[in-house]
Design a protein around this ligand. Structure first.
Ligand code: ATP
Ligand code: MN
Length: 477
């Protein structure tokens, strides 16, 4: 194909020269003004057609959604609203689009409707902005860790270990489900399955990342994870991406520092790299908020909220301290929580997390030292034998964005905890080996990528920040 210039670049290109652009028609006004978008940036390029000189049959084919190749001269714009425009000299229709049936009309569509046409929603301003921001965040994550000499580990997607996600894992099998091999006692004979054992899709790359950290010191994973939990919420997906750094020679404080530095770096990164998209998403959010009753509206605009998070140190406190605050809080006393906080040991729900962040501290919060009963077996036991060195990072509008801990590096304590929690040590011998052979204090966490994208874009449903969401009852596309 002819060499093309991206729309993003043409805005900065020298005028009075000829260029070729390619993209999709957003609108075609008065048989004269084409708004062309190629996804390289939010703004459309205005191409001006000389309709008196043009073939009427061609003009008819320039419809919303059609793809065009336009060659012409770039000039300083005479009209308002754009700095430059392209005087079209040659227009070629690459792909026609029947405007009568094209689902994306040049008007406002609801997010719910767009979710049903996720294959086309990339072509809207909102979704192209979201996915450019998502890209920038992914790139920023790799940059953050690479600059700090972390090694990117690809943890397996098919896993033979189900220690972490019992009950909420998707099974992986090559069996013909109508003809499953059985043992003599009638149980399923997984020895005959593809891997010779029962396998699942991973719920987390952490255990494997630990193995890497105990040799490479600083590692991270960034990959898809799968949970068959039936949480039909605006914060849960069945398939989501997780970033899991794991650091040797580190304790809980180091872990909190890393999490806070990383989140601030990423917010800063997006503010610096996606200014135009964030401005657009901020406006979108303002309009959405206008539909809500006054008390539910956010006090801050999107970029203000992002900057605010950068400037504040995250509030750090223990679970025990948080329980005291929640127990004595107004909503708890007035029975406003769906799950009232009665005593120490209660698992915190998103409503409690958001109360702490949005109402009490008015900034991101890191909660630490949770009761061992509500946390995973691998978290390091505190001296009181009641709490573990867990940390959850809580964000406004989101609740938990990161869950992590200092890991139990002491062999005997880890083994005891596994026994208490009925995790078969034989199947986890590879994990226990790291504690047998040169164990070291280490810590890590998991950041839910989509929750971060949700926060940064100001969207309210996690299904709108991943291209093709998977959730109960839905695996379209
Ligand atoms: P939650 O209590 O919100 O369900 P969790 O305690 O199950 O979270 P972890 O197992 O600690 O979460 O996973 C680490 C991070 O992964 C979470 O902090 C969150 O950001 C993200 N996460 C967990 N489950 C989901 C999900 N179903 N969809 C999207 N992100 C998720
Ligand atoms: Mn969960």
């Amino acid at each position: 194909m002819a060499k093309r210039i991206r729309v993003k670049d043409i805005f900065l290109a020298e005028t009075d020269k000829n260029y070729t652009v390619m993209g999709w028609v957003r609108t075609f006004r008065n048989n004269q003004f084409i708004a062309l978008n190629d996804g390289s940036c939010l703004a459309n390029l205005q191409a001006v057609v000389d309709f008196e000189q043009s073939d009427p049959a061609l003009l008819k084919r320039i419809t919303t959604g059609a793809s065009l190749k336009i060659e012409g001269k770039l000039i300083t714009s005479q009209g308002k609203g754009q700095s430059v425009e392209l005087i079209a000299e040659n227009i070629e229709v690459l792909g026609d689009c029947d405007a009568e049936i094209y689902p994306l009309q040049p008007k406002k569509h609801s997010l719910e409707f767009l979710r049903e046409i996720a294959h086309l929603r990339f072509r809207t301003n909102t979704f192209s902005a979201i996915f450019r921001v998502r890209h920038a965040l992914a790139f920023g994550i790799h940059k953050f860790f690479n600059d700090r000499n972390f090694v990117y580990i690809h943890s397996p997607i098919v896993t033979g270990s189900d220690a972490e996600g019992a009950g909420e894992m998707f099974q992986v099998t090559a069996f013909d489900l109508n003809n499953i091999p059985r043992s003599e006692d009638g149980s399923i004979n997984y020895k005959k399955d593809f891997f010779g054992k029962h396998t699942n899709l991973t719920v987390s790359g952490q255990l494997e990342a630990e193995l890497g950290a105990l040799a490479l010191s600083d590692v991270y994973t960034f990959g898809p994870t799968f949970r068959a939990e039936n949480s039909n919420t605006s914060r849960h997906l069945a398939e989501f991406w997780m970033i899991e750094p794991e650091v040797a020679f580190a304790d809980l404080t180091d872990n909190m520092d890393l999490a806070e530095d990383m989140l601030k770096y990423l917010i800063q990164y997006v503010l610096g790299h996606c200014a135009e998209d964030l401005a657009f998403l901020e406006q979108r959010l303002l309009e959405e908020e206008k539909q809500k009753p006054q008390i539910e509206r956010s006090e801050m605009a999107l970029r203000e909220k992002l900057t605010f998070c950068l400037e504040q140190p995250f509030e750090r406190l223990t679970y025990t301290e948080a329980i005291d605050i929640l127990k004595n809080s107004v909503p708890n006393k007035k029975g406003k929580f769906q799950y009232p906080i009665e005593k120490w040991g209660a698992d915190l729900q998103s409503e409690h997390e958001r109360y702490l962040v949005e109402k009490h501290f008015k900034r991101p919060v890191i909660l630490t030292n949770y009761p061992k009963e509500i946390k995973a077996f691998y978290m390091r036991m505190d001296d009181d034998d009641k709490t573990v060195r867990a940390m959850d990072v809580l964000f406004p509008g989101i609740g938990e964005i990161i869950g992590g801990s200092q890991r139990e590096e002491r062999y005997d304590k880890l083994l005891k905890r596994m026994e208490e929690m009925h995790i078969p040590a034989e199947e986890m011998s590879w994990f226990l080996d790291t504690r047998r052979y040169g164990t070291v204090p280490h810590a890590g966490f998991g950041l839910g990528f989509e929750r971060l994208v949700l926060f940064v874009t100001g969207m309210s449903n996690i299904r709108d920040v991943i291209p093709f969401p998977r959730f109960p009852g839905n695996a379209e596309f």
